[in-house]
Write a protein that binds this ligand. Structure first.
Ligand code: NAP
Length: 360
């Protein structure tokens, strides 16, 4: 990034950047693995190459996939590993401070899938998208309903789940970023939707704020089979899987003929090496019930992003899809916000408010 100097001269700004210092194969990552570093940056046109902009980072999206990019393992993972001592990246919103691209001007608000987890960063302008902060969509929603979680929920539910009115839909991690949109999209298609989540408050949130037909706290259920019999007396037609493991196994005992299971994520297993993960013992049920289980990567559906944006923007503006954010303050909260994804402490989309300086 830019030309950094070791000590302040002629009004440089202090920047803080998170770097990966060592890999974390299992368990929660700690400050031994991810550390924040301070340096100074001269803000001037001279430090950026052509077709790049210098951006002040405003908000960053904190996403579970990141955990899988810092294991240092090559065990069939589909995500490339972050290099050691490199600044880590996240989907984010920033304000252009200075530009070497005629398409972008100082003050533009932009979204980029790989902003540095830092106060400022220099980025190439391909993959940059300008947003109009006055267009009725909050900057947080550009990271949430219109960002990675909303797009993931839409691809998984609409293109793989293919919901039909009256079908029974189950969503795990339902009060999280992807889950809350997946459930609302299924409701809009006329389905009966039930979610699982890890606290009673989130159960209430799903039923009272998001209009789920029912929800349960999986941490209070000692037997998932019993719980699913109770919440799905007519079986499950679509299971939107965010957690994998024991819940996926239990669902396979309750699927209807031709059920669909979009395999979105398996967060219950991200902190384990694969040999420690529990197996799904009843996969055989998928044959007898002719179940379609399909893993997907949202990045492979970029060609659908215009359709998605049009549909989701409409829902947001008509109040048909609601968002909830869990805000963390300051770039220093990155590690705390990342590890929080592996507890049940968050509701909705986890976002770091890096700077409040949002006015163009
Ligand atoms: P999120 O749901 O906002 O946050 C993660 C939630 O998972 C936590 O709040 C927690 O909620 C739950 N959780 C954590 N550890 C768990 C465990 N051991 N067992 C069961 N639940 C646990 O995260 P998100 O961004 O929406 O992501 C949801 C899933 O989608 C993740 O698996 C992620 O990897 C996946 N994803 C996939 C794609 C793709 O392209 N396929 C793209 C984006 C995200 P509760 O315990 O309270 O329910």
């Amino acid at each position: 990034m830019g030309s950094k100097v070791e000590s302040p001269v002629e009004s440089p700004v202090e920047i803080r950047q998170w770097k990966l210092c060592s890999y974390s194969a299992q368990g929660l990552p700690t400050s031994d693995h991810l550390k924040i570093f301070k340096s100074y940056l001269m803000i001037s046109d001279d430090i950026i190459p052509d077709h790049h902009v210098l951006v002040k980072v405003l908000k960053l999206s904190v996403d579970p996939y990141f955990r899988q990019t810092i294991t240092g393992l090559q065990d069939g993972l589909y995500l490339p590993q972050v290099e050691l001592n490199q600044v880590v990246k996240a989907f984010g919103v920033g304000r252009v401070v200075t530009s070497k691209d005629p398409g972008y001007r100082k003050g533009d608000i932009v979204v980029h899938p790989l902003l540095d987890v830092a106060d400022y960063c220099v980025i190439p302008t391909n993959f940059l998208r300008r947003v109009d902060p006055m267009a009725g969509i909050s900057l947080s929603d550009h990271l949430s309903a219109l960002g990675l979680p909303g797009f993931t929920a839409w691809v998984g539910m609409e293109h793989i789940g293919n919901p039909k009115a009256g079908e029974n839909v189950f969503i795990s991690a339902a009060a999280g970023a992807v889950g809350m949109y997946a459930g609302q999209l299924a409701k809009l298609k006329g389905c009966r939707v039930v979610g699982s989540t890890g606290t009673d408050d989130k159960v209430k949130f799903l039923k009272e704020d998001l209009g789920f037909d029912d929800a349960f706290n999986y941490k209070k259920e000692t037997d998932f089979d019993v719980a699913l019999s109770k919440y799905f007396p007519n079986g499950i037609d679509i299971y939107f899987d965010n957690v994998g493991g024991r819940m996926l196994e239990a669902v396979l005992n309750h699927v209807n003929q031709h059920a669909r299971i979009p395999l979105c994520g398996m967060i219950s297993q991200y902190n384990q090496v694969w040999t420690d993960r529990g197996g799904v013992r009843n996969l055989l049920n998928a044959i007898g019930k002719e179940v379609r289980m399909e893993g997907f990567l949202v990045g492979s559906h970029r060609h659908r992003s215009q359709d998605f944006n049009a549909e989701m923007e409409g829902y947001i503006k008509q109040g048909k899809v609601k968002s909830k954010y869990q805000m963390y303050n300051g770039i220093e909260s990155f590690l705390e916000s990342l590890t929080s994804l592996f507890s049940s402490s968050n509701v909705g989309k986890v976002i770091i408010q890096v700077s409040n300086d949002e006015e163009p």
